[in-house]
Design a protein around this ligand. Structure first.
Ligand code: GLN
Length: 188
């Protein structure tokens, strides 16, 4: 088994390091030809969702990845990756930038404002228990649709959700030493 990590922009190396610690093989997706490599799982890292969405589209990776996620490939989206997975962006955010849009959630980008750029919390994640959560210019989940379920809240904001094979997190588990979320992903 191998996990593909989208590596066009953002915090992909940290995810690769966490997966390596768990003995998982990684391949990087930088261009369409990388999709020919063998992989069974996908990680969409944090970074800048508008840049990532545009690059995915321009590089011809958006449609093939969308298809594979819809076919059931286990997928973890963190922060910007969660924004790429969301079917809906809060209206004031939606500039029509291409996104994967396979998950029945509505998200708001930069939900904590520019003052509270980053912060740390410890909160319950369903199925795991208390985990450390690092937020960096983080989005939040405004609405969880019928197909998805909320997994964690911090200060009344939904910060994690799951829809079958898709796991979306507003925070950055790859930046904390705790391997349980990556293990949960590998067990999806
Ligand atoms: N604010 C970023 C965005 O809107 C997400 C931040 C992150 O991934 N750490 O894409």
């Amino acid at each position: 088994m191998a996990t593909a990590v989208l590596a066009v922009q953002g915090a992909f190396a940290e995810h690769e390091a966490r997966l390596a610690e768990l003995g998982e093989t990684c391949v990087e997706l930088r261009q369409a030809s990388d999709l020919r490599q063998r992989f069974e799982r996908l990680i969409l890292p944090g970074g800048e969702s508008t840049t990532q969405g545009k690059l995915l589209d321009e590089l011809g990776m958006l449609e093939p990845l969308r298809r594979r996620i819809e076919e059931g490939m286990p997928t973890l989206g963190t922060c910007a990756g969660m924004i790429l997975l969301a079917k809906t962006l809060a209206a004031h955010d939606d500039k029509g930038t291409p996104r994967i849009a396979t998950m029945d959630i509505e998200v708001e980008r930069n939900a904590y404002g520019r003052q509270l750029g980053s912060f740390h919390a410890n909160a319950e994640l369903e199925g795991i228990g208390k985990v450390p959560m690092t937020f960096i210019r983080a989005p939040r989940i405004v609405t969880v649709g019928d197909a998805a379920e909320a997994l964690a809240t911090v200060d009344g904001h939904i910060v994690a959700a799951r829809q079958g094979n898709q796991l979306a997190l507003a925070f950055h588990p790859e930046l904390d030493g705790d391997p349980r979320i990556h293990q949960l992903f590998l067990d999806l």
